[in-house]
Design a protein around this ligand. Structure first.
Ligand SMILES: Nc1ncnc2c1ncn2[C@@H]1O[C@H](COP(=O)(O)OP(=O)(O)OP(=O)(O)O)[C@@H](O)[C@H]1O
Length: 301
Protein backbone atom coordinates (compact mmCIF):
# COMPACT_ATOMS: atom_id res chain seq x y z
CA UNK A 1 0.00 0.00 0.00
CA UNK A 2 1.64 3.22 -1.06
CA UNK A 3 -0.25 5.56 1.21
CA UNK A 4 -1.07 5.72 4.87
CA UNK A 5 -4.65 4.64 5.39
CA UNK A 6 -7.24 7.04 6.73
CA UNK A 7 -7.85 4.66 9.58
CA UNK A 8 -4.19 4.79 10.55
CA UNK A 9 -4.33 8.57 10.44
CA UNK A 10 -7.24 8.44 12.82
CA UNK A 11 -4.92 6.63 15.26
CA UNK A 12 -6.65 3.31 14.78
CA UNK A 13 -5.19 -0.06 13.99
CA UNK A 14 -3.11 -0.22 10.80
CA UNK A 15 -4.02 -3.21 8.70
CA UNK A 16 -2.76 -4.88 5.59
CA UNK A 17 -3.64 -3.29 2.22
CA UNK A 18 -5.61 -6.31 1.06
CA UNK A 19 -8.89 -7.49 2.54
CA UNK A 20 -8.25 -10.02 5.27
CA UNK A 21 -9.32 -13.37 3.95
CA UNK A 22 -10.00 -12.03 0.46
CA UNK A 23 -9.16 -14.47 -2.29
CA UNK A 24 -6.34 -13.35 -4.53
CA UNK A 25 -6.08 -14.14 -8.24
CA UNK A 26 -5.48 -17.83 -8.61
CA UNK A 27 -6.62 -18.68 -5.07
CA UNK A 28 -8.68 -21.77 -4.61
CA UNK A 29 -12.36 -21.09 -4.08
CA UNK A 30 -12.98 -21.14 -0.31
CA UNK A 31 -15.22 -23.54 1.58
CA UNK A 32 -17.48 -25.00 -1.07
CA UNK A 33 -20.61 -27.09 -1.10
CA UNK A 34 -21.09 -30.14 -3.29
CA UNK A 35 -21.79 -27.98 -6.34
CA UNK A 36 -18.37 -26.37 -5.94
CA UNK A 37 -19.76 -22.94 -5.01
CA UNK A 38 -18.05 -20.96 -2.27
CA UNK A 39 -20.36 -20.60 0.69
CA UNK A 40 -18.65 -18.65 3.46
CA UNK A 41 -18.41 -14.86 3.51
CA UNK A 42 -14.86 -14.57 2.17
CA UNK A 43 -14.67 -12.74 -1.12
CA UNK A 44 -14.03 -14.70 -4.28
CA UNK A 45 -12.66 -13.25 -7.49
CA UNK A 46 -10.07 -10.57 -8.20
CA UNK A 47 -10.76 -7.17 -6.72
CA UNK A 48 -7.82 -5.58 -8.54
CA UNK A 49 -7.70 -3.98 -12.00
CA UNK A 50 -4.54 -3.85 -14.13
CA UNK A 51 -5.01 -0.13 -14.80
CA UNK A 52 -6.79 1.31 -11.77
CA UNK A 53 -7.96 4.89 -11.41
CA UNK A 54 -9.28 4.32 -7.91
CA UNK A 55 -7.87 1.83 -5.43
CA UNK A 56 -10.03 1.08 -2.38
CA UNK A 57 -8.67 -1.06 0.43
CA UNK A 58 -10.32 -2.27 3.64
CA UNK A 59 -13.10 0.26 3.42
CA UNK A 60 -15.41 0.02 6.43
CA UNK A 61 -18.30 2.40 7.04
CA UNK A 62 -20.29 2.93 10.22
CA UNK A 63 -23.46 4.96 10.69
CA UNK A 64 -23.21 5.58 14.41
CA UNK A 65 -22.78 2.14 15.98
CA UNK A 66 -24.12 0.33 12.94
CA UNK A 67 -21.58 -1.11 10.51
CA UNK A 68 -22.89 -0.74 6.95
CA UNK A 69 -19.93 -2.11 4.98
CA UNK A 70 -17.00 -4.16 6.13
CA UNK A 71 -13.44 -4.32 4.77
CA UNK A 72 -14.31 -3.76 1.13
CA UNK A 73 -11.35 -3.75 -1.26
CA UNK A 74 -12.01 -2.97 -4.91
CA UNK A 75 -10.38 -1.13 -7.82
CA UNK A 76 -12.16 1.03 -10.36
CA UNK A 77 -10.30 0.64 -13.64
CA UNK A 78 -9.64 3.14 -16.42
CA UNK A 79 -12.34 3.18 -19.08
CA UNK A 80 -14.42 0.49 -17.46
CA UNK A 81 -17.96 0.33 -16.26
CA UNK A 82 -18.11 -1.54 -12.96
CA UNK A 83 -21.55 -2.48 -11.68
CA UNK A 84 -22.41 -2.92 -8.02
CA UNK A 85 -25.32 -5.22 -7.35
CA UNK A 86 -26.89 -6.88 -4.33
CA UNK A 87 -30.02 -7.00 -2.20
CA UNK A 88 -31.49 -3.86 -0.71
CA UNK A 89 -29.46 -2.58 2.24
CA UNK A 90 -26.29 -4.51 1.35
CA UNK A 91 -24.22 -1.32 1.24
CA UNK A 92 -23.82 -0.61 -2.50
CA UNK A 93 -24.77 3.06 -2.25
CA UNK A 94 -22.74 3.49 0.92
CA UNK A 95 -19.65 2.18 -0.86
CA UNK A 96 -20.33 4.33 -3.94
CA UNK A 97 -20.66 7.45 -1.80
CA UNK A 98 -17.25 6.76 -0.22
CA UNK A 99 -15.62 7.26 -3.62
CA UNK A 100 -16.22 11.00 -3.62
CA UNK A 101 -16.66 11.49 0.12
CA UNK A 102 -20.38 12.07 -0.23
CA UNK A 103 -20.79 10.22 3.10
CA UNK A 104 -19.04 13.17 4.76
CA UNK A 105 -22.36 14.97 4.53
CA UNK A 106 -24.11 12.34 6.72
CA UNK A 107 -24.00 12.94 10.48
CA UNK A 108 -22.49 10.06 12.41
CA UNK A 109 -21.00 8.40 9.33
CA UNK A 110 -17.40 7.17 9.76
CA UNK A 111 -15.24 5.82 6.96
CA UNK A 112 -12.03 3.87 7.53
CA UNK A 113 -9.63 2.15 5.17
CA UNK A 114 -7.96 3.84 2.23
CA UNK A 115 -9.23 5.15 -1.09
CA UNK A 116 -6.72 6.41 -3.61
CA UNK A 117 -7.51 8.42 -6.72
CA UNK A 118 -4.54 8.41 -9.08
CA UNK A 119 -2.43 7.31 -6.11
CA UNK A 120 -3.61 10.10 -3.80
CA UNK A 121 -5.53 9.42 -0.61
CA UNK A 122 -8.89 11.16 -1.03
CA UNK A 123 -9.43 11.02 2.76
CA UNK A 124 -6.21 12.92 3.43
CA UNK A 125 -6.97 15.92 5.63
CA UNK A 126 -5.54 18.21 2.95
CA UNK A 127 -7.95 16.96 0.26
CA UNK A 128 -10.44 19.64 -0.75
CA UNK A 129 -13.75 17.86 -1.41
CA UNK A 130 -14.99 20.47 -3.93
CA UNK A 131 -12.42 19.65 -6.64
CA UNK A 132 -12.57 15.97 -5.57
CA UNK A 133 -16.29 15.88 -6.38
CA UNK A 134 -15.55 17.42 -9.77
CA UNK A 135 -12.95 14.72 -10.48
CA UNK A 136 -15.31 12.03 -9.16
CA UNK A 137 -18.73 13.24 -10.26
CA UNK A 138 -22.06 11.76 -9.27
CA UNK A 139 -25.38 11.16 -10.97
CA UNK A 140 -28.27 10.38 -8.65
CA UNK A 141 -31.33 8.16 -8.80
CA UNK A 142 -33.72 11.03 -9.34
CA UNK A 143 -32.73 13.63 -11.93
CA UNK A 144 -31.99 16.79 -9.95
CA UNK A 145 -31.36 19.72 -12.31
CA UNK A 146 -30.91 23.12 -10.68
CA UNK A 147 -33.93 25.44 -11.00
CA UNK A 148 -32.05 27.33 -13.68
CA UNK A 149 -31.82 27.35 -17.46
CA UNK A 150 -30.45 24.38 -19.39
CA UNK A 151 -27.37 26.48 -20.22
CA UNK A 152 -26.78 27.50 -16.60
CA UNK A 153 -27.14 23.92 -15.35
CA UNK A 154 -24.12 22.96 -17.43
CA UNK A 155 -22.18 26.24 -17.14
CA UNK A 156 -22.36 26.42 -13.34
CA UNK A 157 -19.59 23.91 -12.58
CA UNK A 158 -17.03 25.17 -15.12
CA UNK A 159 -17.68 28.70 -13.87
CA UNK A 160 -17.11 27.94 -10.16
CA UNK A 161 -14.08 25.79 -10.97
CA UNK A 162 -12.64 28.53 -13.23
CA UNK A 163 -12.45 26.24 -16.27
CA UNK A 164 -13.37 28.87 -18.89
CA UNK A 165 -11.49 32.13 -19.54
CA UNK A 166 -14.19 33.68 -21.70
CA UNK A 167 -17.84 33.39 -22.59
CA UNK A 168 -16.82 31.71 -25.87
CA UNK A 169 -14.91 29.03 -23.96
CA UNK A 170 -17.84 28.54 -21.60
CA UNK A 171 -20.21 28.20 -24.59
CA UNK A 172 -17.89 25.56 -26.02
CA UNK A 173 -17.82 23.57 -22.77
CA UNK A 174 -21.62 23.72 -22.52
CA UNK A 175 -22.04 22.53 -26.11
CA UNK A 176 -19.45 19.75 -25.84
CA UNK A 177 -20.89 18.50 -22.55
CA UNK A 178 -24.42 18.44 -23.95
CA UNK A 179 -23.14 16.67 -27.07
CA UNK A 180 -21.35 14.01 -25.01
CA UNK A 181 -24.52 13.53 -22.97
CA UNK A 182 -26.48 13.03 -26.20
CA UNK A 183 -28.74 16.01 -25.51
CA UNK A 184 -27.42 18.85 -27.69
CA UNK A 185 -29.67 18.17 -30.67
CA UNK A 186 -32.78 18.24 -28.48
CA UNK A 187 -31.98 21.43 -26.56
CA UNK A 188 -29.71 23.61 -28.68
CA UNK A 189 -32.56 25.94 -29.64
CA UNK A 190 -33.87 26.34 -26.09
CA UNK A 191 -30.80 26.67 -23.90
CA UNK A 192 -32.39 29.54 -21.98
CA UNK A 193 -35.39 27.48 -20.91
CA UNK A 194 -35.59 25.82 -17.47
CA UNK A 195 -33.83 22.46 -17.08
CA UNK A 196 -36.75 21.31 -14.97
CA UNK A 197 -39.02 21.63 -18.04
CA UNK A 198 -37.32 18.70 -19.79
CA UNK A 199 -38.62 15.11 -19.70
CA UNK A 200 -37.24 12.80 -16.98
CA UNK A 201 -34.80 11.11 -19.36
CA UNK A 202 -33.65 14.46 -20.76
CA UNK A 203 -33.20 15.80 -17.22
CA UNK A 204 -31.00 12.82 -16.36
CA UNK A 205 -28.91 13.46 -19.50
CA UNK A 206 -28.70 17.12 -18.46
CA UNK A 207 -27.37 15.98 -15.07
CA UNK A 208 -24.84 13.80 -16.88
CA UNK A 209 -23.83 16.83 -19.01
CA UNK A 210 -23.44 18.83 -15.79
CA UNK A 211 -21.15 16.12 -14.39
CA UNK A 212 -19.11 15.93 -17.60
CA UNK A 213 -18.72 19.72 -17.83
CA UNK A 214 -16.06 19.78 -15.10
CA UNK A 215 -13.94 17.07 -16.78
CA UNK A 216 -14.28 14.22 -14.26
CA UNK A 217 -12.11 11.12 -14.32
CA UNK A 218 -14.74 8.95 -12.65
CA UNK A 219 -18.53 9.13 -12.83
CA UNK A 220 -20.54 7.51 -10.05
CA UNK A 221 -24.11 6.57 -10.92
CA UNK A 222 -26.54 5.56 -8.19
CA UNK A 223 -29.45 3.79 -9.89
CA UNK A 224 -29.51 6.43 -12.64
CA UNK A 225 -32.42 4.85 -14.52
CA UNK A 226 -34.72 3.85 -11.69
CA UNK A 227 -36.99 6.86 -12.26
CA UNK A 228 -37.01 6.50 -16.06
CA UNK A 229 -39.19 4.69 -18.58
CA UNK A 230 -37.70 1.90 -20.74
CA UNK A 231 -36.95 4.17 -23.72
CA UNK A 232 -35.17 6.79 -21.60
CA UNK A 233 -33.36 3.95 -19.80
CA UNK A 234 -32.13 2.51 -23.09
CA UNK A 235 -30.83 5.95 -24.12
CA UNK A 236 -28.90 6.33 -20.83
CA UNK A 237 -27.48 2.81 -21.16
CA UNK A 238 -26.21 3.62 -24.69
CA UNK A 239 -24.72 6.79 -23.30
CA UNK A 240 -22.93 4.93 -20.49
CA UNK A 241 -21.29 2.74 -23.12
CA UNK A 242 -20.18 5.81 -25.13
CA UNK A 243 -18.89 7.60 -22.01
CA UNK A 244 -16.67 4.66 -21.11
CA UNK A 245 -14.32 5.80 -23.88
CA UNK A 246 -13.38 8.84 -21.81
CA UNK A 247 -14.29 8.08 -18.21
CA UNK A 248 -14.41 5.34 -15.60
CA UNK A 249 -17.93 4.61 -14.43
CA UNK A 250 -19.12 2.93 -11.23
CA UNK A 251 -22.84 2.20 -11.29
CA UNK A 252 -25.18 0.90 -8.60
CA UNK A 253 -28.18 -0.85 -10.09
CA UNK A 254 -31.03 -3.04 -8.92
CA UNK A 255 -31.43 -4.34 -12.44
CA UNK A 256 -29.29 -7.36 -13.18
CA UNK A 257 -30.18 -7.00 -16.85
CA UNK A 258 -28.81 -3.47 -16.76
CA UNK A 259 -25.61 -4.58 -15.02
CA UNK A 260 -25.19 -7.28 -17.66
CA UNK A 261 -25.81 -4.82 -20.51
CA UNK A 262 -23.60 -1.93 -19.45
CA UNK A 263 -20.72 -3.23 -17.33
CA UNK A 264 -17.48 -5.09 -17.94
CA UNK A 265 -17.00 -6.04 -14.28
CA UNK A 266 -19.56 -6.69 -11.58
CA UNK A 267 -19.23 -6.62 -7.80
CA UNK A 268 -21.81 -8.48 -5.70
CA UNK A 269 -22.46 -7.17 -2.17
CA UNK A 270 -24.28 -9.01 0.61
CA UNK A 271 -25.01 -7.65 4.11
CA UNK A 272 -22.13 -5.18 3.93
CA UNK A 273 -19.55 -7.60 2.54
CA UNK A 274 -18.16 -7.68 -0.98
CA UNK A 275 -18.80 -11.33 -1.81
CA UNK A 276 -17.72 -11.71 -5.41
CA UNK A 277 -16.17 -9.60 -8.12
CA UNK A 278 -15.31 -10.57 -11.65
CA UNK A 279 -16.03 -10.19 -15.35
CA UNK A 280 -19.70 -9.45 -15.76
CA UNK A 281 -20.26 -12.33 -18.16
CA UNK A 282 -18.70 -14.78 -15.67
CA UNK A 283 -20.68 -13.43 -12.72
CA UNK A 284 -23.97 -13.89 -14.56
CA UNK A 285 -23.22 -17.20 -16.26
CA UNK A 286 -20.95 -18.92 -13.78
CA UNK A 287 -20.95 -17.28 -10.34
CA UNK A 288 -18.39 -18.80 -8.01
CA UNK A 289 -20.15 -17.98 -4.76
CA UNK A 290 -23.37 -19.56 -3.57
CA UNK A 291 -24.69 -16.18 -2.38
CA UNK A 292 -24.09 -14.62 -5.81
CA UNK A 293 -25.81 -17.52 -7.48
CA UNK A 294 -28.80 -17.31 -5.14
CA UNK A 295 -29.16 -13.61 -5.90
CA UNK A 296 -28.84 -13.78 -9.67
CA UNK A 297 -31.18 -16.73 -9.91
CA UNK A 298 -33.74 -14.85 -7.87
CA UNK A 299 -33.66 -17.11 -4.81
CA UNK A 300 -33.45 -14.02 -2.66
CA UNK A 301 -33.08 -10.23 -2.94
N1 LIG B 1 -27.86 7.84 6.45
C1 LIG B 1 -27.91 6.65 7.03
N2 LIG B 1 -28.02 6.55 8.38
C2 LIG B 1 -28.07 5.36 8.99
N3 LIG B 1 -28.02 4.17 8.35
C3 LIG B 1 -27.92 4.20 7.00
C4 LIG B 1 -27.86 5.43 6.27
N4 LIG B 1 -27.76 5.16 4.95
C5 LIG B 1 -27.76 3.81 4.86
N5 LIG B 1 -27.86 3.25 6.07
C6 LIG B 1 -27.88 1.80 6.38
O1 LIG B 1 -26.70 1.22 5.87
C7 LIG B 1 -26.96 -0.02 5.24
C8 LIG B 1 -26.53 0.04 3.79
O2 LIG B 1 -27.39 0.97 3.13
P1 LIG B 1 -27.19 1.35 1.59
O3 LIG B 1 -28.18 2.41 1.26
O4 LIG B 1 -25.77 1.62 1.32
O5 LIG B 1 -27.58 -0.03 0.89
P2 LIG B 1 -27.96 -0.31 -0.62
O6 LIG B 1 -27.41 -1.65 -0.94
O7 LIG B 1 -27.52 0.81 -1.49
O8 LIG B 1 -29.55 -0.38 -0.49
P3 LIG B 1 -30.67 -0.03 -1.58
O9 LIG B 1 -30.47 -1.00 -2.70
O10 LIG B 1 -31.95 -0.29 -0.82
O11 LIG B 1 -30.49 1.39 -1.99
C9 LIG B 1 -28.45 -0.28 5.42
O12 LIG B 1 -28.63 -1.09 6.56
C10 LIG B 1 -29.03 1.09 5.65
O13 LIG B 1 -30.18 1.04 6.47
Amino acid sequence: MNSISYEAKMGMEQREGVTAGAARPGDAVPAADVSGKAEDRRMVGDHTHPNPVMVCRDVTVHYGEKRAIHDVSLDVGANEVIAMIGPSGCGKSTFLRCLNRMNDTIDGCRVSGSILLDGQDIYDRRTDVVPLRARVGMVFQKPNPFPKSIYENVAYGPRIHGLARSRTELDEIVQTSLEKAGLWGEVKDRLDQPGTGLSGGQQQRLCIARTISVSPEVILMDEPCSALDPIATARIEELIDELRGNYSIAIVTHSMQQAARVSQRTAYFHLGDLIEVGDTADIFTNPRHRLTEDYITGRFG
